[in-house]
Design a protein around this ligand. Structure first.
Ligand code: FAD
Length: 124
């Protein structure tokens, strides 16, 4: 059984319907109800959880020519385990380099790694 089939089976077992189709629009009704417009027809929902893909809000990374990675949750700067970008000597942390796990704690942790790595690169 494939992962998708397995997931569909698990949802069906919990009486959660799975509707196929490409989302072409969302109409909001009040604070909690919405109609998701699919190319196969509309689906009314009580609550809508959406996870849009993220992308950098500025274009500095493009201007400077940083390598990026296209992840399932958005575009991020490519960094190594020391948080060094594709341009030696430049380090990145936070949402810009981590769209998959965006949180203050993660950004702080990565910032510490980036800072320590930058300092070590100047000492070695
Ligand atoms: C609605 C919402 C709720 C969230 N709730 C939580 C939560 O409860 N707990 C949690 O841990 N995380 C939460 N997060 C995620 C968290 O806010 C981020 O992961 C975190 O702020 C990332 O920190 P950052 O420094 O990478 O980016 P940011 O906090 O986005 O900081 C980037 C900064 O760069 C500035 N900037 C952008 N472009 C330029 C430019 N060209 N020049 C100068 N400055 C620029 C921006 O103005 C901004 O101040 C939430 C996010 C959202 C959107």
């Amino acid at each position: 059984m494939t992962w998708t089939a397995s997931r569909t089976y698990s949802l069906a077992a919990r009486k959660v319907p799975v509707v196929d189709g490409q989302i072409i629009g969302i109409a909001r009704h009040g604070s909690h109800n919405a109609t998701v417009k699919l190319d196969t027809g509309p689906v009314a929902v009580d609550i809508l959880f959406a996870h849009p893909r993220t992308k950098p809000s500025a274009t500095l990374h493009e201007t400077l020519g940083f390598a990026t990675v296209n992840t399932s949750t958005g575009i991020a700067l490519k960094v190594d385990e020391r948080r060094q970008t594709s341009i030696p000597g430049i380090y990145a942390a936070g949402d810009l380099a981590n769209p998959g796990m965006p949180s203050v704690t993660t950004a702080i942790s990565q910032g510490a790694t980036a800072g320590i790595s930058a300092q070590q690169s100047m000492l070695v």
